[in-house]
Design a protein around this ligand. Structure first.
Ligand SMILES: Nc1ncnc2c1ncn2[C@@H]1O[C@H](COP(=O)(O)OP(=O)(O)O)[C@@H](O)[C@H]1O
Ligand SMILES: [Mg+2]
Length: 379
């Protein structure tokens, strides 16, 4: 048994790791099967206007100190052609959600244990949570692509930029000739605002600045015309002026390529500029979601209010910026009651009860907080 907070004995840890291996190796076996009947993972979208529907997603890490419930019942949709902003403090499960969509969660410890991720592919609709590794390899990079936080670690330092972009095309479009690939690569580099595309084509990643590298990453993500782009903190590693340029670029591109964007960030300013819909995450759960207007004009969850209050506003003089007290609870031992309760300054009596269900405020606006249970008859 665990003695006190966070302490476990070596014996206990060995027992956990043995059990974990049993669970994960069974899950891996299912994932790695070669011949699987498509009916196992083919599905239908609930709403044909959505490109992605995440439903009750649970992604856990089976570690030696216990099960880390990184994503613990997340549901939200990404409509076609729209930008959905996912926001929340560091460690609340934003990256694990996006990696789950790509089936890139660190295996074998990390596993999707429950829920579904329905994706409307070109030919068929697939439940990514159930898709096998080989099915996912066809989709990843082609129909769904991802722009990572740190461009330097995502590009291979020993290959030229042109070659790395060509490689993506080669993988997904084997019918293309070498010349066609080069032409397409140059076209993509120009699309993301790289003027000297012929020069950059021959360069190595270290010869480029951070902003240029991020542009190359975006070109790489776009080169197969994906219908969904996941951008995980695409501007966090960049300085402010470059950040503005990259955001402008993404906004401009979205209209040109007509795809949906899932934009992950801890910065509400970025969300305000870019997103049509906002999903607020806290400790592996969605606490509030709605259109950008609803979230910014009528924020409801105390956590959303806290996030908004801790954002600097031009023209408003404050002595000290607000900071939400306390920190995100330990994801190994989550409480039964609302995860935000211990940090919340607006608790009501009911908050000690079960974790609150989502309350519907409007057709698009939902909040998971007891304060709104009886208000105006919404339930
Ligand atoms: N490979 C891993 N093994 C164990 N725990 C992990 C792993 N990756 C992420 N986590 C945990 O999952 C939680 C969510 O992480 P993450 O999704 O990266 O947060 P963020 O919202 O900052 O992107 C964190 O508590 C983190 O410690
Ligand atoms: Mg992250």
């Amino acid at each position: 048994m665990a003695k006190g907070d966070g302490y476990i004995s070596a014996k206990e840890s060995r027992r956990i790791s043995r059990e974990n291996r049993k669970i994960t190796s069974q899950m891996e076996k299912i994932k790695n099967r070669k011949h699987v009947d498509p009916s196992e993972y083919e599905t239908k979208m609930k709403n044909p206007d959505n490109i992605l529907e995440i439903d009750n997603l649970h992604t856990f890490f089976f570690t030696d100190i216990g099960t880390v419930k990184s994503v613990n019942g997340v549901s939200f949709d990404v409509p076609k052609g729209k930008t959905v902003g996912v926001v929340g403090e560091s460690g609340c499960g934003k990256s694990v959600t996006s990696l789950s969509i790509m089936q890139l969660v660190q295996r074998p410890q990390g596993q999707i244990v429950e829920g579904s991720i329905r994706f409307a592919g070109e030919q068929r609709c697939i439940d990514i949570a159930k898709a096998t590794t080989s099915v996912m390899q066809e989709i990843r990079g082609k129909e769904i692509s991802m722009i990572f936080q740190e461009p330097m670690t995502s590009l291979n330092p020993v290959f030229r930029i042109g070659m790395q972009l060509n490689e993506v095309l080669e993988l997904h479009h084997p019918e293309m000739t070498k010349e066609q690939m080069k032409a397409r690569t140059l076209e993509m580099l120009e699309l993301v605002g790289i003027a000297n595309s012929e020069g950059v084509y021959k360069m190595y990643p270290h010869e480029l600045s951070g902003g240029m590298r991020q542009r190359v990453m975006i070109a790489m993500a776009l080169c197969c015309d994906p219908s969904l782009i996941i951008a995980d903190e695409p501007t966090t590693a960049l300085d402010v002026t470059i950040q503005a340029q990259i955001l402008d670029l993404l906004r401009g591109l979205k209209d040109k390529i007509n795809s949906s964007i899932m934009l992950i960030t801890h910065d509400l300013g970025v969300i305000a500029e870019m997103a049509d819909y906002v999903v607020v995450m806290y400790a592996g759960k969605v606490v509030e979601k709605g259109t950008a207007e609803e979230i910014f004009a009528n924020p409801m969850h105390p956590y959303t209010l806290g996030l908004l209050a801790s954002k600097p506003v031009v023209n408003k003089k404050v002595d000290r910026l607000y900071s939400i007290p306390g920190k995100v609870p330990n994801p190994v031992n989550m409480p039964d009651y609302c995860y935000f309760k211990d940090r919340c300054e607006m608790c009501v009596e009911k908050c000690s009860g079960q974790y609150p269900e989502m309350v519907k405020v409007s057709d698009t606006h939902y909040v998971s907080c007891y304060r709104y249970y009886d208000e105006g008859g919404v339930k």
